[in-house]
Ligand binder design. Structure first.
Ligand code: PRX
Length: 643
């Protein structure tokens, strides 16, 4: 595939699109740059409800920014209450299917009722604006209910992906000094129970700030409940009031903290606030997902990641959409579960990761071909670069060459899509996120911040703050400044490499730092290395990403063991379990290789670049003059040949 394969939107798609043709896109984009205050101010008034209007659209004191300062709003009010005075009150807000097959259709009115009830439960536990609540659940409707109940009261929620281990959960609870945890007994995944409450119990042994644990009964498999601390969700809701006014909150009130991996062993608590975040979430629903009121919209991510926050919960509900949630594994009980869901619920938009698409390619075309997918009109991709073969398959087998594919580039820190096509306007090039969204000013520069020529690789940066940008790292504004704004002073450093072609299209090449992307999930090499060296047998470890056919990258570890007589196979197996316990099953190493020493610079820094070359090509090229012991590299490369 070359850059010259271009797919223009069909006349039929353009006819109904929110933004029509390149002139439509260009006019929007140009206005957002020329008159940002008017542009975002008008949208904020049109798209969101405010208890009180703001005094300024944005205040930029690099690297910190405020949007709609002085304005008072509430995310839950925007997602629920304001729809109740419109015909949307009886519209389905959430279509949910459990992995075992149960179905729930929850209207906006009903969702409002559920959220008010649970907000009163939280109030009843003494929780208030500014407190922190951890949400550790599977993909059940009560997960967005808990998020919105927190948002209603100005309680900062932090959803921890249900695949994280007790250890990972513990460090996040401690970082936030959270007051309460909302969880479930378990969750269904591929026919098995994920024992969530057990993990919470283990984590809480060292989390003295947590006073309350609220447990939803989902699997009913039996869990231990600690008197005084643990309460069943349904018990606390008994006789509770269904009236709970939404708090009038500052536009800059933190809405949530979401942890993501950085370049050190310590995860970063990315802080998102209310007004600006919500505005970009809701506008993206129209611009990128071309949302129509009658759509059944399905973002197949997990709510534990940012994609689920913005494009399952806040964006769709603020836009009054019908958002679908499926609890379980894509291939359970058979590899056609997704296609069955699309046929059954007549899904119009599917937003998924390239990893999921590649896994389906492997299962074979007979699975999607056995279902009627004619309701689909738009497809989306997110989380990692989509390779041309996967793009083509998605386009042909799922979209029947009829559905545009919106390849959306963004990050936990950006809050919503940044580089993505407006599907009725921008011609697509497979593998490219295409052009920037309104208000987003990206550039490709060298290490000194100098723009590079067309088609040259460089660092992807963003020049101006946008409404949904993360405001800080929880408890560590200095790290926020250093990590994103100091490397090239005054601009936001994304950590990605990219190039821009002669048409201005962006092509993302991957991370330039020690962050890996496994199945579209960010993992830090340092976090994995710290987990490995905590194992009693390990003296030293280095971790790199290894190209992988399905997951994009896989975890490859180089390990030096302490002195002793080790059975390598047994230790490797034990280390895999150890990583799953320390971080989560999704971080389990694919490859573990033992070595007497690791390649290092004279100053003692592990040369991961060389290790990356070894796992990728098995050849070591480039500069190795700083290597203390070149023979180590040669030995590792030789060992690779034997594998
Ligand atoms: O490297 C980019 C990659 O995922 C990183 C952000 O990861 P995370 O914060 O976990 O958010 C993922 C979901 C928004 C980016 O720095 N990435 C994300 N989307 C794309 C992508 N790479 C290429 N193409 C994309 N569409």
């Amino acid at each position: 595939m070359t850059d010259t394969s271009v797919y223009a939107p069909s006349a039929e798609f353009v006819k109904h699109a929110h933004v029509k043709g390149m002139e439509g896109y260009r006019a929007l984009y140009q206005r957002s740059l020329d008159h940002p205050e008017e542009f975002w101010g008008e949208l904020a008034e049109k798209e969101l409800f405010w208890f009180e209007k703001w005094s300024s659209v944005f205040e930029w004191h690099p690297p910190f920014v405020k949007w709609f300062a002085g304005g008072k709003t509430n995310a839950a009010y925007n997602c629920l209450d304001r729809h109740l005075t419109t015909p949307r009150k009886n519209k389905v807000a959430i279509v949910w299917e459990g992995e075992p097959g149960e179905q729930r259709l929850i209207s906006y009115q009903e969702l409002h009722r559920l959220v008010c009830r649970f907000a009163n439960v939280l109030k009843g536990r003494g929780l208030k604006t500014g407190d922190r609540v951890i949400i550790y659940m599977g993909m059940v409707p009560e997960l967005p209910v808990a998020m919105l109940a927190c948002a209603r009261l100005g309680i900062i929620h932090s959803v921890i992906f249900g695949g994280f281990s007790a250890e990972a959960l513990k460090t996040r609870i401690q970082d936030l000094n959270a007051q309460a945890v909302v969880t479930a007994d378990g969750a269904w995944r591929r026919g098995k129970e994920v024992r969530l409450k057990d993990a919470v119990d283990e984590a809480l042994e060292e989390c003295p700030t947590v006073r309350d644990v609220i447990v939803l009964r989902r699997t009913a498999s039996g869990v231990s409940m600690q008197p005084g601390r643990d309460h069943w969700w349904h018990d606390l809701e008994e006789g509770i009031s269904e009236q709970c006014p939404a708090e009038s909150l500052s536009s800059e009130q933190p809405l949530y903290v979401l942890y993501t991996s950085g370049t050190t062993g310590r995860p970063k608590g990315i802080v998102h606030t209310t007004g600006g975040y919500l505005l970009q979430a809701v506008t993206g629903m129209k611009w990128v997902f071309d949302l129509r009121d009658e759509d059944i919209y399905w973002c197949a991510a997990d709510i534990g990641w940012v994609t689920g926050h913005t494009y399952i919960v806040y964006g769709p509900l603020a836009a009054g959409a019908t958002t679908m949630i499926y609890e379980g594994a894509p291939d359970f009980p058979q590899p056609d579960r997704w296609w069955r869901l699309i046929e059954k619920y007549r899904v119009n938009t599917l937003y998924a990761s390239p990893t999921a698409i590649r896994a389906f390619i492997r299962h074979g075309d007979q699975w999607p071909n056995g279902h009627d997918l004619s309701s689909l009109r738009l497809l989306g991709s997110v989380g990692e670069p989509i390779n041309p073969a996967a793009w083509e398959w998605y386009h042909r087998v799922i979209g029947k060459e009829r559905c545009p594919i919106v390849d959306t580039w963004w990050q936990t820190e950006t809050g919503s899509t940044m580089i993505a096509p407006m599907p009725g306007a921008v011609p697509l090039k497979p593998g490219s996120g295409t052009l920037p969204m309104p208000g987003v000013v990206p550039d490709i520069v060298d290490l000194h911040g100098k723009p590079v020529a067309a088609n040259q690789e460089g660092f992807l940066i963003i020049r101006r703050p946008w409404p949904g940008i993360a405001r800080t790292i929880w408890g560590d504004p200095e790290r926020y400044k250093q990590q994103y704004w100091d490397r090239i002073p005054g601009v936001y450093m994304t950590g990605d490499a990219a190039r821009r072609d002669e048409d201005g299209y962006y092509w993302i090449l991957g991370r330039v730092d020690d962050v890996m992307n496994v199945s579209g999930h960010r993992l830090s090499t340092m976090e994995l290395e710290s987990a490995l060296v905590r194992h009693p047998a390990v003296a030293e470890a280095a971790v790199v990403g290894k190209p992988h056919e399905i997951t994009g990258q896989a975890v490859a570890c180089f390990v030096t063991l302490k002195r002793g007589d080790w059975n390598h196979e047994e230790v490797a197996e034990d280390l895999r379990k150890w990583v799953a316990k320390e971080i989560g099953g999704f971080a389990r190493p694919e490859q573990i290789r033992f070595t007497d020493a690791l390649p290092k610079t004279r100053s003692g820094k592990i040369m991961r670049r060389l290790l990356r070359e070894i796992v990728t090509t098995n050849a070591v090229t480039g500069d190795v003059t700083t290597l203390e012991d070149l023979s180590v590299v040669t030995r590792l490369a030789a060992q690779h040949e034997e594998d």
